[in-house]
Write a protein that binds this ligand. Structure first.
Ligand code: ZN
Length: 134
């Protein structure tokens, strides 16, 4: 799978992660899912209701509202974003929730090295998603 991001999306996420650090930043990615390439069209930043530097949670009402608004723009929820004060690998908690979220793409920004990485669980297996910036 390829996740296509705009340069401005990366900058937005980097800014947000730096703004809220050491708390994990989080957000929702919207676009059009496809089998090979998923294009991010819109990002909605959300508050980490856990205010934690190791975990994140998005208020369910905020999430539902964001999904409804995006449906009006004909966009689907394609994944979630959060930042790490550690390398951009899914934590044990992340993996647990990834399995619940089906094929959603998880985009992680590491503030230790500034790198983005993306993952997806397919058939119970963790897969790396290639990030392309346009
Ligand atoms: Zn995480």
């Amino acid at each position: 799978m390829i996740l296509q991001l705009r340069q401005q999306h990366k900058e937005l996420l980097r800014q947000e992660a730096n703004r809220v650090r050491p708390i994990e930043a989080c957000g929702m990615l919207f676009g059009k899912p496809s089998r090979m390439r998923t294009i991010v069209e819109k990002i909605i930043l959300t508050q980490n209701t856990l205010s934690s530097s190791e975990r994140f949670e998005i208020n369910p009402e905020t999430a539902v509202k964001a999904i409804r608004e995006s449906e009006e723009d004909d966009l689907d929820l394609i994944g979630l974003f959060h930042s790490h004060s550690a390398p951009a690998n899914p934590s044990k908690t992340d993996l647990k929730f990834m399995k619940l979220w089906g094929s959603a793409i998880w985009l992680i920004l590491s503030l230790t090295d500034g790198q983005f990485a993306a993952f997806q669980v397919e058939n119970g297996k963790l897969e790396t998603v290639v990030i392309e910036v346009e």
